[in-house]
Design a protein around this ligand. Structure first.
Ligand code: HEC
Ligand code: HEC
Length: 311
């Protein structure tokens, strides 16, 4: 009798905790393709172009994740084969999602100029499942060859971190939805809505985003006052200033990734996943005390501040 009662109690408590957590989860930082996205104009099948590039790719070529476009071969070093073409059938080309420049989109990650040892550790954490957050990365890390893994890490570590994000404080933003590939785009209704306590990142040029063109970055709309609040928190608010570990001006230290100029949506996602244990890789221990007491608003403010810094 007692056993049953405890069982019921335990179950009820679990349900409560799970729904409380779900309520806190910043869904805007975890973009997932809408179940019923608005209808788009059909593709005309013609090759697309990019400013200053002599190349053209059709939509089908742009969506080929084993041979994605390389619009500007002159702005990055020669890509190793795993970055440009992947390793069929299970390792899609890194450049498809992270772009040849490593700067990526809000739903993926900016991995340009990250320390190679850090990148390899993350691949290992995805492989063991200690780090979650992306089904693609879990599958890729399991299937990638040792050789490919090292070549990709060396390539992305060798890149420069360009200015890719423009942070703008705002009260209203264009209404958006999440299109195929988890990409946030402007809703065809073309109306504005309150930003609220979110970061909404939009491509400076949506066509260039959809064309996987690394020549044009993002505007991150953040709430009024968030950059200053984030700065105060980064410098003194937490148990330790972020720059103590993340390097001078938060541009990265030996084995620790930089935060300056990186996609705020991604940063919030990581802080949240480190706090709730979805990201529990080998190197994350020093971050646990840092994130323990952060609210989602604190995470947002920190991310707004880091996004606003020169990379
Ligand atoms: C289909 C899309 C896709 C492809 C292809 C892809 N990635 Fe990723 N990658 C992602 C996403 C999405 C994330 C962010 C996950 C998150 O937010 O937690 C990510 C994150 C990462 C991270 C973690 C970055 C950090 O700062 O901690 C590394 C490292 C990485 N990818 C390496 C690679 C490498 C190397 C390849 C090629 C072998 C690759 N990725 C191919 C989608 C992709
Ligand atoms: C005591 C050292 C230390 C301090 C202080 C610290 N960090 Fe970190 N941080 C790390 C380490 C180490 C990692 C890499 C974790 C891993 O390997 O998975 C990391 C990773 C991160 C990541 C994930 C980066 C990525 O590319 O995925 C974010 C975001 C982050 N830290 C934010 C912060 C913020 C914001 C602060 C200040 C409030 C801060 N950190 C302070 C050590 C620290």
């Amino acid at each position: 009798m007692r056993k049953t009662a405890l069982g019921v109690l335990g179950f009820a408590w679990f349900g409560l905790a799970a729904s409380a957590l779900a309520a806190d989860r910043p869904e805007w930082a975890f973009p997932v393709t809408d179940k019923t996205p608005p209808a788009m104009l059909p593709d005309d099948g013609k090759p697309k172009s990019a400013p200053g590039s002599d190349r053209g790719y059709t939509r089908a070529q742009i969506e080929d994740l084993f041979n994605p476009p390389d619009w500007y071969p002159n702005i990055h070093p020669a890509m190793p084969s795993v970055v440009a073409k992947g390793e069929a059938p299970n390792v899609r080309a890194c450049a498809a999602c992270h772009l040849p420049t490593g700067t990526g989109h809000t739903e993926s990650a900016n991995i340009a100029a990250m320390p190679a040892s850090y990148l390899l550790q993350q691949m290992d954490d995805y492989k063991t499942g200690a780090r979650k957050g992306s089904g693609s990365m879990l599958a890729i890390a399991k299937a990638i060859s040792d050789e490919g893994n090292k070549a990709a890490a060396a390539y992305f570590a060798s890149l420069k971190q360009p200015k890719w994000i423009r942070v703008v404080e705002a009260e209203t933003v264009p209404k958006t939805y999440v299109a195929a590939g988890n990409k946030r785009v402007i809703h065809p209704d073309h109306i504005f809505e309150p930003l609220g306590a979110r970061v909404i990142e939009l491509a400076e040029d949506e066509n260039r985003l959809l064309n996987r063109d690394p020549g044009s970055g993002f505007v991150a709309f953040v709430p009024k006052g968030s950059v200053e609040k984030g700065k105060a928190l980064a410098q003194s608010g937490g148990p330790q200033a972020c720059a103590q570990c993340h390097g001078e001006d938060n541009r990265g230290a030996k084995e620790i990734p930089g935060l300056a100029g990186r996609t705020p949506t991604y940063l919030v996602r990581q802080l949240f996943m480190i706090q709730n244990g979805e990201r529990a890789g080998v190197g994350v221990e020093p971050m646990k005390a840092i994130v323990a007491k952060l609210s989602v608003d604190d995470m947002l403010n920190l991310a707004a501040y880091f996004g606003s810094l020169e990379p």
